[in-house]
Design a protein. Structure first.
Length: 424
């Protein structure tokens, strides 16, 4: 990885075609009168000046999706501490689960498994998941206290809550320096309450805002996660601004792809992202780099371009991070934790770190795509057995979006501000 501030944009004199990536995994585009090539294999971004680009050659290579690599050292754990939830969000993919909490002995076995398969002295992460994780606050408190008593590891804790149970008696624990809390907040009252209501249909916005304000007044760090729906009437730029104005340390806005019904929904999202890119460009022009770093999605894409990130596996699931459900069953990913067909075993019997659904994904179209290291393909669970469950529309839309991100990066680079953006 390059040091902070060192640019990924490389200037090369156009000589023979072998000097540049010219296979199917590279992409050429023109911006401000100059030609550029982005190499999907290396993550390199090349400026070719105003000379003609070499023709893109098709590639006959077909890479097989890499196996589920059984690495012995774990780094993090997702614990389904609570299956139940006190809300009924219109886009929730989990559905109505039993209102069970994880037993304490199961949670302790999971923590011990994590420590037994990790490097001594390393930093380990534990994410509390649900349902609504704060329904099992007592269990979370016991786990955090137990981990804090262990001398041979350092721990970081995190959870995403709907915010309704974020009450003062929990502030000391959740506000610890080693604990980061995110709240699901979908925007202003009329938008949020239209998407996130209680089990009995009551609105939640006012209650959540009150809890957030109290948490912030105690000097605690907190982030926001928002879900955007097509036709909601709220643009993602306005949504980001609304959340930033509330003082969140980080803001993540994600689309509910499960609610996308036709081409128009993808086109609307694509238009929204282009508006976001235009806004981020204006933030860079104004020197508001700290604000850009708070925009989780935007900052993530720019970092992948800047540091020439490479993605070897379509899905990031691997034994360095496992998920455990309330019964102690172990999975490669929290999205699979309710499907026993993809269990890796149980904490109470044995765990076999074997290839899971990753092996079943037909990823060959992705491995030959120039945008693979930027796009990451989305979550494969939505197209289990066929990675392109969302169809060609999803892919083509993402390619347009990521070309625009590349152009934004070039624009910031040409303005001489790229080192300032990545100086933290």
């Amino acid at each position: 990885m390059k040091p902070d501030g060192e640019t990924n944009l490389q200037t090369r004199v156009l000589g023979d075609e072998g000097s540049f990536p010219t296979n199917l995994n590279s992409h050429s585009f023109k911006f401000c009168g100059e030609n550029y090539i982005f190499d999907g294999d290396s993550g390199g971004l090349f400026v070719v000046g105003n000379k003609s680009l070499p023709p893109m050659q098709t590639s006959s290579r077909k890479k097989r999706q890499k196996n589920f690599i059984c690495e012995p050292m774990m780094r993090s754990l997702t614990l389904f501490v609570a299956e139940g939830c006190n809300l009924r969000c219109k886009y929730c993919y989990e559905g109505v689960q039993d209102r069970r909490n994880m037993p304490l002995d199961t949670a302790m076995k999971a923590v011990e498994y994590l420590s037994e398969h990790a490097v001594q002295g390393s930093m380990l992460g534990i994410e509390f998941f649900g349902g609504e994780p704060l329904l099992a606050y007592g269990l979370i408190e016991q786990i955090v206290r137990y981990c804090s008593s262990k001398q041979n590891f350092k721990y970081r804790f995190s959870l995403t809550t709907n915010g309704t149970l974020l009450t003062p008696e929990k502030f000391d624990l959740l506000g610890r320096p080693d604990f980061f809390v995110s709240v699901s907040l979908d925007g202003p009252k009329e938008i949020h309450d239209g998407q996130r209501r209680t089990r009995s249909g009551k609105p939640t916005h006012c209650r959540i805002i009150r809890n957030i304000r109290q948490f912030q007044q105690e000097g605690k760090r907190i982030g926001a996660r928002a879900t955007w729906l097509p036709g909601s009437g709220l643009g993602i730029v306005e949504l980001h601004k609304y959340l930033l104005d509330m003082g969140f340390q980080s803001v993540r806005v994600e689309p509910a792809y499960s609610d996308f019904r036709d081409l128009s929904d993808y086109q609307e999202w694509e238009s929204q992202v282009h508006s976001l890119i235009t806004w981020v460009s204006s933030l860079a022009d104004e020197g508001r780099y700290e604000t850009i770093r708070k925009l989780s999605y935007s900052w993530s894409v720019l970092k992948r371009i800047h540091f020439a990130a490479k993605r070897c596996l379509i899905c990031a699931t691997k034994p360095t991070k496992l998920a455990v459900n309330v019964d102690g069953d172990v999975y490669a990913c929290h999205r699979l934790a309710f499907d026993g067909n993809y269990s890796l075993g149980s904490l109470h019997t044995y765990i076999e770190l074997r290839p899971t659904f990753v092996w079943e994904i037909d990823a060959s179209p992705c491995t030959c795509c120039w945008a693979k290291s930027l796009c990451l393909g989305g979550c494969p669970v939505s197209g289990l057995g066929n990675y392109f469950g969302r169809g060609k529309v999803f892919c083509e839309s993402n390619k347009k979006i990521y070309e625009s991100w590349l152009k934004l990066y070039v624009s910031i680079y040409k303005s001489g501000k790229i080192r300032l953006l990545f100086r933290q």
